[in-house]
Write a protein that binds this ligand. Structure first.
Ligand code: CA
Length: 240
């Protein structure tokens, strides 16, 4: 059975384009032009398929005519929490603070407009995989560009040589690897690596990311593995 996408986007043209592209890729697309419409569609889908929630992934625009994406995300999470439906925010670049809140509120990823359909499809695959929609084992090994990370043995190697990381450097790297391909917010990283009382200390992240890039990137000033999402967080690229 094809995966079901709930596409929430009030821009008629973009909605039609995405709908068509997603359908070509084999997704079954439900679309909504407002927050109220989206909630209605989610409810109907859940009633039609109570065993799995009826929707496999949500694409959520932030600026909707009858409300913001944050309220809708919370509502969707409320309905669908037991199904852990992945939500990808698609938004204009301006609303950075809101994007961060959405990610903290349980969105899986965000994509800034304008974006290519290839990028959207890749992010959807990552989000679906992380939510266990494909029976892939949890990521314990990551490998790319000569860098190999094994979370089971806590071993990091670059071109076959062991790399020595401090415990905090390792914890930060491991946190990003567990969600490789997805953005992790500053707040989330600080809470998970340093603790909930450190969520305002973003300078820790700048310092430790600098150290990690110095040890792991071929050109630390132009990172290709540990990417900055300006104003939002960091993203480890997907492994090979
Ligand atoms: Ca909009």
């Amino acid at each position: 059975m094809s995966l079901r996408v709930l596409l929430v986007e009030d821009d008629r043209e973009l909605r039609a384009t995405l709908r068509e592209s997603l359908a070509v890729e084999g997704y079954h697309v439900l679309s909504a032009a407002s927050a109220a419409d989206a909630q209605r569609q989610a409810m109907h889908a859940a009633q039609a398929a109570p065993h799995d929630g009826g929707i496999d992934i949500v694409l959520l625009d932030l600026g909707l005519p009858d409300g913001d994406g944050e309220a809708l995300l919370r509502a969707l999470r409320g309905h669908a929490v037991q199904y852990a439906v992945p939500v990808i925010v698609i938004s204009a670049r301006q609303a950075e603070g809101q994007k961060i809140r959405l990610l903290d509120a349980g969105a899986d990823d965000y994509l800034a407009k304008p974006f290519g359909i290839g990028e959207l499809l890749a992010r959807m695959r990552v989000a679906l995989r992380h939510r266990g929609r494909h029976a892939a084992p949890a990521t314990t090994r990551w490998r790319r560009d000569g860098l190999a990370i094994d979370l089971a043995t806590r071993r990091v190697q670059l071109h076959g040589q062991d790399v020595h990381l401090t415990p905090k450097e390792y914890d930060l790297l491991a946190r990003l690897v567990r969600q490789a391909g997805q953005v992790v917010t500053h707040r989330q990283l600080l809470a998970d690596v340093w603790g909930a009382e450190f969520t305002a200390h973003t300078h820790y992240l700048r310092l430790y990311m600098g150290q990690l890039r110095g040890k792991l990137e071929a050109e630390p000033a132009e990172p290709r593995l540990l990417l900055t999402e300006p104003g939002v967080g960091y993203r480890m690229v997907e492994g090979e």
